[in-house]
Design a protein around this ligand. Sequence first.
Ligand SMILES: [Zn+2]
Length: 503
Amino acid sequence: MTRNRLKSLEFSRAIPVAILFLLFFSSSYLISQESIRFEDHFLDKAMRLNLYLVGEAKEEKLIIQSIYQEELWPESKTNLTNPFNYGHYFVKVYEVASNRLLYAKGFDCQFGEYKTTTPAINGVQKVFQRAVRIPWPKHRVNVVFEVRDRKNLLHPLTVETIDPEDYHHIRESAKSGDYIFEIKKSGPPAERVDLVFLAEGYRAEEKEKFVGDVKKFSGYLFEVEPYRSNQEKFNIYGVFRASAENGPDEPRQKVYRNTVLKASFNALDLDRYLLTEEGFLMREMAAEVPYDAIIILVNSQRYGGGGIYNDYCITTVDNQASKAVFLHEFGHSFAGLADEYYTSDVSYNEFYPQGTEPLEPNITALLDPENLKWKELLSPGISLPTEYGKEEIERLQAERRANFQEMNRALEEVRKKNLKEPEIKKVQTRFQEKDKAIQARIRAVREKYRDLEDKVGAFEGAGYSARGLYRPMIFCIMISSPKMEFCRVCQRAIQQMIDYYSR
Ligand SMILES: [Zn+2]
């Protein structure tokens, strides 16, 4: 009560100051907004910068390898300095003549993830390709690449002055004779979200299967919110190039296949992590159509995928979990969402440094609960952090594991004594009964907190960490969702990204 009154008093006092401020500064503010008009500084074309990122955990280099011209600029012509603060890297374009910032956008790359792995920490150097696009400048510009430190502050990594007239820039046509098709066309590329699906591991005779898969996966997207209510803001294309063989590489199985984009499981030496390291070729294929976001469909039944912010998402098509994998990975690549799960089955070391707020919109370190980044969406009266029986369930799950191990030990004993089938059965039943009882207790805990399932709070366990990181709701496609829904915070972040590309 008292606090609210104080707030309103402060507010009324603040109004005259705000008006004065507006009177003094609105004219110059308008000038600066007006003066960064797309057509004053850029042609309606894209400049694709092919980059190599090389190094290890402590040291990295970013080198521009080549520059390509793309036929048109399909992204927004009004949101030039990107309202989002996502991505561990940033590209910024400054006009040489005035040093004014003309364009900025954050991005991630596989090298950024590699830096947090044990080999990188031990000094093993690696090199990765990454292509980044900016609108084609009319005049000379300084292009600055920045990288974040462990506190998420940006520092310059590479600065390059680019003359758009330089004849070394490659202006060849992107058309390479691939089979190109359109699934959905709702408006001009600069005012729509343009998705391109690329074929990986489909043989020539499987062209129609790929077309069917593109239809199927676009359909998956529009089954969930907020994509469902924004269908008319999307254009969808497919690019088919035949691979010599089916499916991706599976190094742990010693299976290697000759495919267009050389996609491979066991990225960062993880079983299910599927990526391509052909970043340049992927962008060449994508550039055959206007695109904002790339989706690679891999013709395989195995479970797996990957997604890198503002780069691409990749998924297999014929696994029963493919739909969930696609929606989840596209959440990473398109909307900059974080993983909300907290299993330890990752190769990263302290991916989110303690004491630093993560960049992503859907997880938090809860360093300042009063100013939680999704505070507008919190359910009224919810406690922060939100107790949801996590400790109790984890204790019971540990009890289940211990019981299972004990059963195996007991069965080993029975076998050593050469006892007969009824004796084995008796031992098994004893442990199975105990397991059923523990499961019932887990269900009871879940039931106790059932009311929280549609609430927005701050639930501990997110971003590969069981402690110290929080997610907005119990269920979400970024952790797991029985109803196949994004939590309300992820929905808002996706909506903002759709608006960014389509306004
Ligand atoms: Zn979420």
